[in-house]
Design a protein around this ligand. Structure first.
Ligand SMILES: [Zn+2]
Ligand SMILES: [Zn+2]
Length: 339
């Protein structure tokens, strides 16, 4: 039965080669796999004869984007194994399932959820602080416990959202690559990361706020402020702008870390290597840190070779695309090999 369908598919492709780009996933692969196998065999023969693997091939039945990928992988193939692996990668890419609903992530929504809980917690913390300070304000009235424990509530609401973002992106990466991994391990990485990182964020938040408050309160007396003016000055450390900045940055971090967790499991279980490609966000295309102008090397669409992943700075919305080593374009391959 399968052979019959395949035959029919090949017949229609032969008669109407234009339909190939409209075929999806497995069907597309079945329609062109025999042609690709011939191309692969030709490349191997060339290599055995001491010629470059990159060879022309009559390819009216191979869609242009696929032909491009084949040429890229052949251009850098130095052994039969590399050619073989390249074609296996190609099959994975072509037959990967169309991303499920779970694969499509509403990043804005994740960011907003995080921003809302941080904003609300900061407001609560400011209110508590003002109550402790009293009128006239006295820093000595603020119990040690406020600085030590107040933030734990924030951590409790932030952590689940970070985990959610992390796992959503890990799942989307898996849907895209199309190779499954042991999901309990990814889950474990998610909770460990969120706990450690939640602590780091809160420590930073706390240090910065503690410093700011300690410097601001004495000015009430030095500047002759009213209580209202003091409250207004303190708001800076508990403001929605700050909540938003933290939300944007930490959403980026959780997303990238989630993808890295999936990739780490994939690499550990298959021995395959995936290459991270920096993708600057639309609002970050002109950012001098994420995408510097020449003579510095722009990061956009380039392999990450220095171990620095987004976020590159507060409010960075950059992301990462993951490629097999064999599917890099020539420019990316050169940079990746020279790392
Ligand atoms: Zn940037
Ligand atoms: Zn960025």
């Amino acid at each position: 039965m399968r052979e019959l369908i395949l035959e029919a598919l090949r017949e229609s492709v032969k008669r109407y080669p234009d339909i190939v780009p409209y075929l999806e996933g497995k069907a597309a692969w079945l329609a062109i796999s025999d042609k690709l196998a011939l191309w692969q065999a030709k490349a191997v023969t060339q290599l055995r004869n001491g010629e470059p693997a990159l060879c022309e091939f009559e390819r009216e039945m191979i869609p242009e984007p696929v032909a491009e990928m084949v040429k890229n992988l052949l251009a850098y193939a130095e052994s039969e194994d590399q050619i073989k692996q390249g074609f296996i990668d190609l099959e994975v890419i072509i037959t990967q399932p169309t991303p499920s609903v779970k694969g499509i992530i509403d990043r804005d929504e994740l960011e907003k959820r995080l921003m809302r809980v941080i904003d609300r917690s900061l407001r609560d913390e400011l209110k508590k602080l003002l109550e402790y300070l009293g009128d006239p304000p006295d820093l000595g009235n603020v119990p040690y416990d406020y600085w030590q424990n107040g933030w734990k509530k924030l951590r409790r609401v932030v952590e689940p959202i970070l985990v959610d973002t992390y796992l959503s992106y890990a799942e989307a990466a898996m849907a895209k690559v199309g190779i499954g991994v042991e999901w309990t391990l990814v889950n474990r990485r998610a909770s460990n990361w969120a706990r450690d990182h939640g602590n780091t964020i809160l420590k930073q938040l706390f240090d910065h706020t503690y410093e700011g408050v300690s410097e601001t309160v004495p000015q009430y007396f030095e500047q002759g402020w009213t209580s209202k003016e003091l409250a207004h000055e303190l708001e800076r450390y508990y403001s929605p702008v700050r909540a938003e900045m933290i939300a944007v940055t930490e959403t980026t971090r959780a997303a990238v870390e989630g993808e890295r967790a999936y990739v780490a499991e994939l690499e550990a279980s298959t021995g395959r290597r995936m290459v991270p490609i920096w993708l600057t966000a639309n609002d970050d295309k002109v950012c001098p840190i994420c995408n510097p102008k020449p003579p510095d090397k722009p990061r956009h669409e380039m392999p990450i070779t220095d171990g620095v992943f987004p976020p590159a700075h507060p409010r960075c919305r950059c992301g990462v695309a993951w490629e097999f080593e064999t599917t890099l374009n020539p420019e990316q391959a050169v940079l990746w090999q020279s790392r």
